[in-house]
Design a protein around this ligand. Structure first.
Ligand SMILES: [Zn+2]
Length: 380
């Protein structure tokens, strides 16, 4: 067969057509190989492409749940979401573009920085720790919702810098808790009583209120907290105390509480519940805000059974008055008595301070009757 011009032309045309068809054949082949996958996007940035949407959603769910584990079981979780814009988009990709779920997991759990915690040393107080880490005392309380500041001891671990994850979780919750309402003292002047004499006519009784909080948590920590509603369940009943007519109850803005001369009750006795964790804590005494160095006086006659450092109480004295009655004096700057020493009512036993886990100079005064703490306001 001779090669004519027309045959050559036909041959070239066929070759050209075949070459032209190659790309579309390839794309047909590719089209057959492409798979449906899910692109995981955070704030418009590709984090991973995975094959299963449900597994990725489960992973994100599990990640969010870790931040709700310390929430009170009675609280109502209203909304949980990411602070960043998280999208899962269906895409068609070549199989090699699909990444294992572990890749997505690693990115989800990544942290800007890990949690930093410290071990409490003897002699530490909340102020020192806060100051050393450039924090406020309430920051420390917020980072450690499980911790009761009065019950912190050397060796305890405190978070001073919480974990800062790359992917932030916001939880909006509502919690209703019952809180006690402290009672007040009505002083009645009585000219049958001598100066400085006091007589409790009626003991006070704490009231109760139901408080509903609206709380937003950022990565498990309190972000915002607002009182949504308050309902009084029972009104407190004030204590009635008769005082001698010549007694000056208030002098130079100070009130004579018997055991100390102070400014005010800065924290009342009673049961408290943490609004987030729902954890019940007791404030076993009253905190009387007073100037540092003010004298602290024995409640009544007794024998000193503890005098020295006692964890969160700092410098602390415990006196046994007999008949099952004991009194405790905490956060003192100085102690003037020794264990075993007998004291009389009004003996100067120490001075007001801010040692231990204290947020400012005050006397924490506790009354223990047969092993149970009582409201000291019904005793002083
Ligand atoms: Zn206290």
């Amino acid at each position: 067969m001779k090669l004519t011009k027309s045959r050559i032309a036909l041959f070239i045309t066929v070759i050209v057509l075949i070459i032209a068809a190659i790309p579309s054949l390839t794309s047909i082949a590719e089209g057959l190989q492409k798979e449906i996958a899910y692109q995981f996007m955070v704030d418009g940035e590709n984090w991973a492409i995975v094959s299963e949407k449900a597994s990725l959603e489960d992973l994100l769910d599990e990640y969010q749940k870790q931040y709700s584990k310390s929430i009170d079981i009675n609280a109502k979780i209203k909304n949980t979401y990411f602070q960043q814009k998280v999208e899962i988009i269906e895409v068609e990709v070549m199989p090699e573009a699909i990444e294992p779920l572990a890749t997505a997991r690693q990115k989800i759990y990544a942290a800007e920085h890990e949690e930093v915690s410290i071990e409490v040393q003897s002699g530490d107080n909340l102020w020192n720790i806060a100051k050393a880490h450039d924090l406020t005392v309430s920051d420390i309380e917020m980072f450690n919702p499980e911790v009761d500041p009065d019950k912190i001891f050397p060796g305890d671990i405190l978070v001073v810098k919480p974990l800062d994850p790359v992917l932030d979780v916001i939880i909006e919750m509502e919690n209703t808790i019952v809180e006690s309402i402290p009672f007040k003292i009505d002083y009645q002047k009585d000219n049958n009583l001598y100066k400085n004499q006091k007589k409790i006519v009626k003991e006070g009784i704490e009231g109760e209120k139901e408080v509903t909080y609206d709380i937003a948590l950022l990565n498990g920590y309190q972000h915002t907290l607002e009182v949504q509603n308050e309902k009084i369940l029972t009104e407190p009943e004030n204590a009635i105390v008769q005082i001698g007519t010549k007694t000056t109850v208030s002098r130079g803005g100070n009130i004579n509480y018997g055991v100390v001369s102070g400014k005010r009750i800065s924290s009342a006795y009673g049961t408290r519940y943490h609004p987030i964790t729902g954890r019940k804590t007791y404030h076993d005494g009253v905190d009387i805000a007073a100037n540092s160095g003010n004298g602290v006086y024995a409640y009544t006659d007794g024998k000193v059974i503890e005098a020295g450092w006692n964890g969160g109480y700092g410098n602390c004295i415990l006196i046994d008055h007999g008949n099952g009655l004991k009194t405790r004096y905490a956060h003192l700057s100085s102690i003037y008595v020794k264990v075993g020493q007998r004291v009389e009512a009004g003996t100067r036993i120490g001075a007001v301070g801010s040692t231990g886990f204290s947020t400012g100079p005050h006397l924490h005064f506790e009354v223990i009757k047969n092993g149970q703490t009582k409201n000291p306001l019904n005793y002083i």
